[in-house]
Design a protein around this ligand. Structure first.
Ligand SMILES: Cc1cc2nc3c(=O)[nH]c(=O)nc-3n(C[C@H](O)[C@H](O)[C@H](O)COP(=O)(O)O)c2cc1C
Length: 562
């Protein structure tokens, strides 16, 4: 039978199936006929979740941000116990392009050094994405609107990941035009058919990530439909489709709690939204009753968000603040990130580095130390699959370095504009340029540490008793206590506190018309979340350059839509 005819028959069969048992939630999904030969039976639902270690802490799918190197950096901070309950998602990939174009696959997914041309597991050694020694468990996310496109793409990645996730949450205009992500919310048949096809035909389980709808009832019905199609895990982002950009506001944990209570306990739910630092992880799990908690923006500004402080006292990596307000040092995280890029992406040893500074160390001029003599001055060696420099720029791990560093270093570069400028002018793929920025960061942190050692209370004076930011002389909202809860010295990883819509208007970053539509809902959601509402309602001094960076956080049309 020809491919189109076969697909037609399969689709018809699925539709009949659906009408026989419409949207019935599977208490425990069952093994399907997807496994062949000697491969073990496919587990689904909670049995599958348990088989990958019942992960509680999850790196969100993020276009141009949750690529291999960033996932590995995040994983690298986990102790043995934590890494057993950890899971990461790939960035969202466009299913049709991924299935159709070998070049697109190579530019986004690199499980071995060879081109990804077969749906069978390669006999070549594992390399980056999904490497069993480095990058598992891993879910690979796609956007799609046709079951056959999704299956085709999913089959390529299935040998190298634990599950394939369907994006039902992307709220961007590009998703509206392409009719995917959150713009499938009105098209339940399409969603059902896509998930169900993978549930029945893919060797690994299928999962889905959705946004909440306008009412509890509608959201519950929607979640049931997705689960009934065969989704083994459902991630619920507690924001509606309209909540994006400056209108992001607060995620509704109460809605996630409601779903948890209404759905059978066998269903596996991940909660997503409002995680600012590691302290919020357990609060979210307790408030929502979810099995796991997922972080996106919190992980970008602090890749150690899922980690405990170092087991041994280590002030060269970790800042021990008063009253438990510590955190990993940006210079240490930056170093580790570049080391991962050297070792895994460029296939060579990172430079030898002097130990990071702590006050009391002898004076030394920071410099790049060279291990093999080829790092600081020579042109980057091409890899097998990347013969020319321009191709390196297409590597997802290299493409994202600059944007990651802006997000990681946000409080530092807003103060040290020379470093911001150096970072902004570093070309994609110019690893030596990033090494130079690292040297500048190390010197800045050294000065910061020395200043702090000389007058330890200087940071807490930044926001004064009468609510005035001493540096910018702008008024702050009355939530200073909350600010101070999350604020760390500028050399320590810390969350970016988004202004709420009314503050975005005050800052001139959003028009009142847009805001009015969402005002009531944001307030309601804030009320639902207790401290989360207050904590996000924190003023951040406007800095145009940082807003420029924030704009760059949006998914890139070329990647998302092709
Ligand atoms: C830079 C960036 C890229 C994102 N890309 C994706 C994506 O590829 N797929 C997806 O489902 N969600 C994506 N999201 C949404 C996040 O996964 C997450 O649902 C959202 O940011 C809310 O979580 P948070 O409050 O922890 O940031 C992205 C978010 C950010 C900030």
């Amino acid at each position: 039978m020809s491919r189109p005819a076969l697909h037609w028959v399969v689709d018809l069969y699925q539709q009949i199936q659906r009408h026989i048992s419409p949207f019935k939630v599977m208490a425990q999904a069952t093994p399907t006929g997807a496994s062949h030969g000697s491969s073990p039976p496919k587990l689904t639902g909670r049995a599958f979740y348990e088989s990958i270690g019942s992960p509680k802490y999850i790196v969100a799918p993020m276009v141009e941000r949750s690529e291999f190197a960033w996932r590995l950096l995040t994983r690298s901070y986990l102790d043995e116990e934590r890494s057993k309950s950890f899971l990461a998602y790939s960035p969202m990939l466009h299913a049709r392009l991924f299935g159709e174009t070998a070049r697109f696959r190579d530019e986004h997914f690199q499980p071995t050094r060879d081109s990804l041309v077969s749906k069978e597991k390669s006999l070549s050694s594992p390399w980056l994405d999904g490497n069993p020694n480095l990058d598992r468990p891993l879910f690979v996310q796609f956007c799609a609107n046709k079951p056959e496109d999704l299956l085709e793409a999913a089959q390529y990645v299935a040998p190298y990941c634990d599950a394939v996730d369907l994006n039902l949450g992307c709220p961007q205009g590009i998703a509206r035009n392409g009719h995917y992500g959150a713009f499938l919310q009105e098209d339940w048949d399409t969603i059902y058919n896509m998930i169900n096809k993978l549930h029945k035909e893919l060797k690994v389980p299928v999962t889905a990530k959705m946004r909440i709808l306008d009412t509890r009832e509608k959201t519950l019905e929607y979640a049931k439909m997705i689960l009934s199609a065969g989704a083994s895990i459902l991630t619920v982002h507690g924001r509606r489709r309209e909540q994006k950009g400056h209108n992001t506001g607060i995620a509704d944990w109460q809605m996630i709690r409601y779903l948890r209570e209404q759905l059978p306990p066998e269903t596996v739910i991940f909660a997503n939204g409002n995680i600012l630092n590691s302290g919020d992880l357990e609060s979210c799990l307790a408030a929502t009753g979810a099995d796991g908690v997922m972080s996106a923006e919190g992980n970008l500004s602090d890749p150690t968000i899922f980690a405990n402080p170092p087991r041994e006292h280590n002030p060269r990596e970790y800042w021990y603040g008063a009253e438990g307000k510590g955190g990993y040092r940006m210079d240490a995280v930056f170093r580790r990130y570049l080391d991962i890029i050297h070792r895994y992406v460029f296939d060579r040893e990172p430079p030898m580095r002097t130990p990071l500074y702590v006050p009391g160390d002898p004076e030394e001029v920071p410099q790049i130390m060279e291990a093999s003599g080829d790092v600081a001055h020579e042109e980057v060696r091409p890899r097998k699959r990347q013969k020319r420099f321009s191709k390196q720029q297409l590597d997802p791990n290299i493409r994202s370095i600059q944007a990651h560093l802006f997000q990681l270093l946000r409080p530092l570069v807003s103060r040290h504009t020379d470093i911001r400028d150096a970072l902004a002018t570093t070309r994609c793929g110019d690893i030596n340029g990033f090494e130079r920025v690292l040297t500048m960061v190390e010197a800045a942190v050294k000065n910061g540490l020395d200043d702090h050692a000389a007058s330890p209370n200087v940071e807490s004076k930044l926001i004064t008793e009468d609510g005035v930011d001493e540096e910018s002389e702008l008024e702050v909202t009355p939530r200073q206590t909350t600010t101070l809860k999350y604020q760390r010295p500028w050399w320590v990883c810390q969350p970016y506190i988004r202004p709420l819509p009314d503050e975005a208007i005050k800052l001139g970053a959003m028009q009142p018309r847009k805001w009015n539509a969402s005002k009531v809902d944001s307030r309601e959601a804030a009320g639902n979340n207790g401290d989360a509402g207050r904590r996000l309602d924190v003023f951040e001094t406007q800095d145009q350059s940082l807003y420029h960076v924030a704009k760059e956080e949006l998914p890139k049309p070329t990647l998302v839509f092709g």
